[in-house]
Design a protein around this ligand. Structure first.
Ligand code: PMP
Length: 750
């Protein structure tokens, strides 16, 4: 190397030190006159031009004030970049002046340092604003945020599925929200890699920047997005630290509103590019420590970024640079407008309703910048806006959406995958669009098959909002405003071991006996017995153990069929069981599915046996316009895939057990908690008064106080005194701890 330096640059190296680098050789050279950086690159076809372009750019940059950029040094042949041969290999070489200073990573971080960082970048960008270089302008580089999606193939190298999904999520948000505005963002040649090991500090100021190897022609705002993404990585309040940089920048080079508004997603996208490349390069070079240097804090920041409402970020960034903020419609106005068209019987949750704007996994974001932890919503089963589900739906919507009167692959594929989750006897499926449509169809099937009309339902049970749904839902027909029990409906006493008649070990068989007595009192046999395995609307009441095992044979002896409504409990929510009936060690004849099936896309289904399907075949054609359409099937498949890939049923076991334990601990501390029940991530907390009677008012207060602390749970039960928690299955132990800690805070206050 000394010979090369002498031959090409006429300098006499007295010390050569190898420095770490991403993908090229980097050496610090000491001579008697000063220090240099010598860079070597393996020859690649377009690299020479690019390295040359970079040197031309450095030659263009002047050093105003005390700012410094590396100066390119020409070889004795007068070139900034040369191709030479070392040991027979062609190598590209260049020499740069060495910049003194402390790395930003090692400097003491203050708000004024961050502001000076913004100022420094703006001053550099001003110098480059009208600079042209066609090699750089033609560059399509995966580290350029505008080409973020070039990195999508690297996602597979991220080993943890819970991390993979975050990258897919932000790449998808990038596609939806940023790509369409890219043409409107002003472009410039930018450094594009102002990371903490490329930026130098002297005193409490940014003094220089090195490594222009990632230089691109990109939206100007990406300069800031990249810089911010690294600078705020280890910060507890990343948004306010970001604001200092933005502020310093805006004073020198005023930002446009559209640029500021894009920052939240651009920063997230940059972090995603960074961690995807770390994962990929770690796989290729497991020993290169430099590659993964920022990986851990980048992941932490990405997880924390999801906690920040994008609207809050946008408004804060706007405020910091004095841009006017968007006026949201006040809550009373949005609610008032809704009531013009939507009757109030379609209720809004919470004393203070929530004006929702967007969501991600277990978080929901309102229009006013608040982030809510969703501990309530079991429809987005695998998480709100799960990228795999969205992608499946969007893609299929662009290809084919039709109905079951045509043959198509997805119907067969989804039916096969879904039925594989059931015992072999349950091998036929009908697709519909809601739990109500499914329970209605289940009753039709039962009546067709048995020729009977009577239906035995569960006390406080709920199965749907259609007329037939209401007729079989005690929760509705027995409500004070309900229309009462139809003559063909029989009602089973709720087999509740907490506050019911029987609470001992044999409660299940005793309750079954009582139910059989109700059956026997009626001279007409039943077509069906329908129940949920854990009664949601009754206040998360699990059926007493052994109840169905004792009851099902009697129903069948009478000629009836047994229906399990798994709309709430299905798809792994209960943790130990994929379907709730498994907990009772029975196999129903008909299973009703809904809510979580499509993660929010309207899907329902009825699964049954060959025999029952054969009977139904004798009747009129069954057709649902939307049920089982290719888009729904693609979405349903994606939901099943995500449950498996992310181990969500297992997560329901681990997090559910932890959550339940914490709630039981809370029960020990507070007398107003009468019972904690449920399974997996389907839990109920019964709130009672001193006399152990239902305390509806207190339950309502707790629910609303939780809402005011940005946690969503609901209440239910005949006295509306049971707090219900049934979060998306990606809920974490930390989330559970947060809910219980807030509950504790509220109860202490009360
Ligand atoms: N069955 C059960 C157990 C339910 O909880 C519900 C909805 N809450 C339904 C059926 C009806 O489903 P949908 O609202 O999709 O019609």
């Amino acid at each position: 190397m000394k010979d090369i330096l002498r031959k090409y640059y006429g300098i006499e190296a007295i010390e050569i030190k190898k420095l770490v680098g991403y993908d090229n050789g980097n050496y610090q050279i000491k001579t008697r006159e000063g220090k240099y950086i010598f860079k070597t690159y393996k020859k690649e076809s377009d690299l020479f031009d690019l390295v040359k372009a970079e040197s031309d750019l450095l030659a263009h940059l002047s050093d105003p004030g005390n700012h410094q950029f590396p100066k390119p040094i020409k070889t004795l042949n007068g070139a900034y970049v040369e191709k030479i041969k070392i040991d027979g290999d062609e190598v590209v070489i260049r020499l740069l002046s060495f910049l003194e200073g402390t790395f930003f990573a090692e400097a003491h971080h203050t708000s004024s340092l961050f502001e000076s960082f913004g100022t420094f970048l703006a001053e550099m960008n001003l110098q480059l604003q009208h600079y042209k270089n066609y090699t750089i302008q033609a560059r399509q580089f995966e580290w350029d945020i505008q080409y973020a999606t070039l990195n999508a193939p690297l996602i597979v190298d991220i080993t943890e599925p819970e991390n993979r999904k975050i990258i897919s999520y932000f790449f998808q948000q990038f596609k939806e929200l940023i790509q369409p505005i890219l043409p409107k963002l002003r472009k410039s040649i930018i450094h594009n890699d102002a990371n903490e090991w490329n930026v130098l500090v002297a005193g409490n100021q940014i003094s220089g920047i090195i490594d222009f190897g990632d230089v691109v022609y990109s939206p100007l705002i990406n300069e800031l997005a990249v810089a911010i993404s690294y600078a705020i990585m280890e910060k507890d309040d990343p948004i306010s630290w970001a604001c200092h940089i933005i502020n310093g920048y805006h004073k020198i080079l005023p930002l446009e509103t559209i640029e500021v508004d894009a920052l939240y997603y651009l920063i997230a996208t940059q972090l995603c590019i960074s961690v995807s490349n770390s994962a990929h390069n770690k796989k290729l070079n497991p020993d290169n420590r430099y590659i993964s240097i920022t990986e851990k804090p980048a992941w932490r920041l990405l997880h924390n970024w999801l906690l920040i409402n994008p609207i809050r970020a946008k408004e804060t960034f706007r405020k910091t640079v004095g841009l006017s903020t968007e006026k949201s419609i006040p809550l009373d106005e949005i609610v008032g407008n809704r009531h013009k068209y939507i009757p109030p019987i379609v209720s809004l949750s919470y004393s203070l309703p929530i004006y929702m704007n967007r969501a991600a996994f277990q978080y929901m974001y309102d229009t006013y910048g608040n982030t809510f932890l969703d501990a309530y919503n079991n429809i987005p089963h695998v998480g709100h806006e799960h990228p795999k589900v969205i992608e499946a739906g969007q893609k299929q919507m662009a290809i084919l959406n039709t109905n079951t009167r045509y043959a198509y692959d997805l119907l067969n594929e989804y039916a096969e995958r879904l039925l594989a989750k059931f015992p072999t006897k349950l091998n036929k499926v009908y697709f519909v669009n809601s739990g109500s449509a499914a329970s209605d169809l289940a009753i039709r099937l039962a009546r067709h098959h048995t020729g009977h009309k009577n239906i035995m339902v569960m006390e406080h049970g709920y199965h749907g909002h259609t007329q037939s749904g209401i007729d079989i839902s005690d929760y509705k027909f027995s409500n004070a405003k309900g229309t009462g029990q139809k003559h063909y409906i029989l009602k089973a006493p709720i087999p509740d071991t907490h506050s019911g008649k029987y609470r001992d070990q044999n409660a299940g068989s005793k309750y079954a006996r009582d139910t059989i007595d109700v059956l026997n009192e009626n001279k007409n046999p039943v077509a069906a017995f329908i129940t949920e395995p854990i009664l949601g609307c009754a206040g998360q009441v699990p059926l007493a153990p052994g109840y169905l095992k004792n009851l099902y044979p009697e129903i069948r002896d009478q000629g009836g069929v047994c229906i399990s409504d798994e709309v709430q409990t299905g798809f792994g929510r209960l943790g130990d069981y994929f379907w709730g009936y498994e907990a009772q060690d029975v196999i129903p004849d008909i299973v009703v599915l809904g809510k979580p099936m499509g993660n929010g896309h309207p899907m329902g289904a009825v699964v049954t046996t060959d025999d029952i399907a054969d009977s139904f075949n004798q009747g009129v054609e069954f057709f649902s316009s939307f049920g089982g359409n290719p888009v729904s099937c693609a979405i349903g498949l994606a939901v099943l895939n995500v449950i498996e890939e992310e181990g969500l049923q297992q997560n329901a076991v681990v997090v559910g057990n932890h959550y339940k334990q914490l709630l039981n601990d809370l029960k020990d501390d507070f007398d107003c908690i009468g019972d904690v029940r449920g399974s997996g991530l389907f839990l109920g907390v019964e709130i009672v008064n001193k006399e152990q009677n239902p305390d509806t008012k207190l339950a309502g207060i707790i629910k609303n106080e939780l809402r005011n602390r940005n946690i969503l749970i609901g209440t239910d039960g005949p006295f509306d005194n049971v707090l219900k928690s049934k979060p998306p299955l990606c809920f974490t132990q930390a989330d559970a701890e947060k809910v219980v800690q807030k509950m504790s805070e509220i109860l202490k206050k009360i």
